[in-house]
Each structure stands twice: as C-alpha cells, then as structure tokens.
Design a protein around this ligand. Sequence first.
Ligand code: FES
Ligand SMILES: [Fe+2]
Length: 306
Amino acid sequence: MADNFPFPIPKGWFALMAEDELAPGQVARVEALGKEFVVFRTESGTPSVVDPYCPHLGAHLGVGGTVSGETLVCPFHGWRFDSEGRCTEVPYAKRIPPKAQITHYETRLVNGWIFVWHDPAGSSPNYEIPAVPGFEDAAWCPPVRHEWTIGAQFQELFENICDPAHFLYVHQTSTFPESKVTFAGATARSLNHATMPTRKGEIEGTIDAYTIGPGFGYVLYDIVTDMLQITSSLPLDDHRTMIRHEFRVREGDRVGPALIRQICMQMGQDIPIWENKTYHAAPVLCDGDGPIAGGRKWMAQFYNDQ
Ligand code: FES
Ligand SMILES: [Fe+2]
C-alpha cells in the first residue's frame, strides 16, 4: 500500500489500452496514472491521448465526443481538435482562439498497445518502446490476455526479477533459477536458465525477460516450445498497478498453455507478498540474494526526485 512505499508513480511510457480495444474512429475515457484521460483514434487510425475537458466551456470529451475524419469533436459546441490537441475548427466562429488547445500527451502505437508518456514534471520522452522481436510473426495464435489489479507499485513487482531466491519459497520450484540481470539505459534484461514444473515433469530452457521502463516488458520463452509474452504494467494510482500479460503460442502447442497456467499461478503466489510487504530502503541482504541494489538504482531514473 502507499504507506508502505515511499516513491510516487514513476515516469515513463504506459499502455492505456490495447490497439484492438479502440478501433479507428472510437473515443474512450481511461482512468490511470492517478488521473483521467480521453483516448481517441482518428479515422485513419492515429491514436491520441488528451485531458478530458474541452478548453472552451469544459465539456467532457469522452462523454459524447465523436471522431470526424482526423479530429475529435466536442459534444457541447462542436469545436474540433486534431490528434495533437490543436483546435482546427470552431464551426460558428470567424477565427479560432489561439489558446484553443487541449492538453495533449505524447502517444505511441507499438506492439499492439497505445502508450502515453507520463511525467508530472512535463519532460519529453527520453526512451522509446522498441518493436518486440518476433511480434509480427504470422504463425502466432491470437494472443491470450490475463490481467490483475494489484495493491502495490511497479517497483515492488519488478524486484521479483532481481530476486531468484523467492522462487524456492513462494513458487516452490525445486531449484534456484540461474539468472543474469543486466541494466542498460531504460532496459533491464533478465536471462534465466530455468526449470518449469508441468504435469509431464520438469522442463528446462531459457526465459529471456526484458523490462523497458516501468510500464512495459516482454519475455521470450524457449522451454521445449517457444512463446512470446508481452506485459503492460499500468499504475492506476499511487498504490495500485494493473498488470496485463499477453501471451502468444504456436498453433497446436500444448506446452505453451501449460506454461501460461504456471505463470498465472505464480502471479497468484506473488500477489499476497507484494500487497502486504513494506519497502525497506536499506534491506538486510545476504550473499545469495540477487541484484536488488542494481534494480533499485535502475529504477531510480524513473523518479524525478532522486
Ligand atoms: S465545451 Fe467543448 S466546444 Fe464548447
Ligand atoms: Fe515471483
């Protein structure tokens, strides 16, 4: 909970919606990052994220607002705004007031998700979400999604990848996963040689997990089968995080779905720890622990006051 964690919502790219949840021409209101947004896609498909209230007389653009061509039309007096939030037309006026601009946020559509750049200090993005390797592979089955709303901040969840020891106790694996975590810019990579218990016994392979800032990650599984996982972590406010895992497996693959069940079960095992733990700024660590300090140093770049 917020009282047990000292840092604010981090800055970074966060996925507000999946691309298939908002067709071109649609408008949605989304509560996340401690506030409310209006997300719309123009008829050509360009996504845009703006503040909800019209600069004219304050109508909520997500309640009755519509898309016309490449603009969002306010339901109250029909002013039109482009995907950058600029007013392009006031149908009953001779000139557009120069301040007719909705607060607009940097938006990206990548890997099938609509991302917004969040920084309360108003900085421009200092990293980008890369295209996930293999994402465009036509041989993947349609993605399967699982989501959780967790009463903890992203950093507590992220520390899992710097903490191989918890697997033995929280996830009851028989061996300590062999993992190497490296940090470079906004990316943290955890390459694991792991065993995964299945109904057919334990299987071995690699799990290559990339965390790109506090809002996005992907995992390349190579354990008997191959599987792709994309993860969105979206802070709803300063004490709740929505995690969405999206899995892609191969047609006819039976190992992948077993792996997905295992991963979801492990989430269920982690959640009570995350939701009830406290954050120790100076934890007592031992020589068998993972790179907790390295993970915290990496995470610090996403907080403005550190
Ligand atoms: S309040 Fe939006 S056009 Fe008047
Ligand atoms: Fe875990």
